[in-house]
Design a protein around this ligand. Sequence first.
Ligand code: ADP
Ligand code: ASP
Ligand code: MG
Length: 406
Amino acid sequence: MSSPAPVVMKFGGSSVADLERIRHCARRVVERAAVQPVVVVVSAMGQTTNQLLAMARALIDPPPARELDMLLSTGERGSMTLLALAITALGRQAISLTGSQCGIITDHQHGRARIVEVRPFRVLDELAAGNIVIIGGFQGVSYKRDVTTLGRGGSDTTAVALAAALDADCEIYSDVDGVYSADPREVPDAERLDSLSYGEMQALARAGAKVLHSQAVLLAEERGIAIYARHSRPDVTGETIIRKNPPTRPGVRAVASDGSIVTIRLSLRAGSSRHVPEVIREFAPLGLRYLRIDEHGATGFLSLAQRTDGSEALARLGAFTRSLGRDLGGIECIEGLALVSCIGSGLEENPEAMARAYESLHAEGISVREAHTDSHSLAFLVACEQRARAVQALHATFLARRPAPR
Ligand code: ADP
Ligand code: ASP
Ligand code: MG
């Protein structure tokens, strides 16, 4: 008889935040391992990654990217080992492996590496030997044999990559029982969505809903992996499935926001426009989200995941212009902005949705600095102080629960 397919279970930082929760995950994993082979991916415990980052920055800011990756990867090493010990204490065989040991090969971009290949031989051997395999998420190894990390929230991507390599299901456990129509911490009447398409989920992740990492969703789409988002407590039974072509109708399905946006405006001098491609490449590592280029210059905004000021962007561009040995033009940097997005399907062909969104923001006295549309999102750039109100207003307009018919 052929053995059942393995499953990848990923537990996020909040689910392994202390020893009690680690014991709890261990019990869940052991129960599951009675039915099928289990590979577990873990994040670092609680706030560990933030604490490591703060320590590095206290010593040198910005920290050199290679050393930072080496440091941050230790967070997941801690949690994976503790979970392996907790499982062993329950009488089951378990082994912990780093990203490098389990064959996650990435490119060289420290801090935002992309997985180029997964060689899961060690994982398969350990499963065959009867082990539950616990893998440190968020990390890999480059061809230069340096440890790399996949960007904040990247353990989701580790889980999807392993599920693809092992032909396994991918279950992501966190402190929320699925994907909601808005962050349930911020919008109490947000509702859980039963299913989302890859495109919708990716737009939601990119718009700032951190419940799933956008790279993970992209990879899941490429490899045809369904993602089951669930709560790490077994008594909370809801779930959201992210998969191809779920039953859906056009329109707004969720609202998300990103409160750390910086707009960069470059007024190009005559004859400088040929340098625009290089400028784009300079900004890309900082999280360039959108760029508009016209005869007079280039305007773009950056989503600075870990920083709230534009100093790094300005410093980078300054160094770049100096290296060119010529003045490209004036640069202006506007900080303190937020991008608030309505996510769904068919939105670029929906001027009525755009009109309703504007109405609801104006009714709250919120001024929109810029608006952008694509097939999965309507996005509004507003002042940071107005972010939360904008989210509430848009959610109330498009997604408020209708009273049950009597
Ligand atoms: P983990 O540590 O398990 O990876 P995260 O903190 O990355 O979990 O993601 C879960 C959090 O995402 C939730 O606590 C919730 O506050 C937040 N979140 C933001 N937007 C949404 C949304 N639309 N649906 C569900 N959760 C969301
Ligand atoms: N520990 C990493 C972070 O905090 C990766 C993850 O949690 O997925 O971003
Ligand atoms: Mg996460």
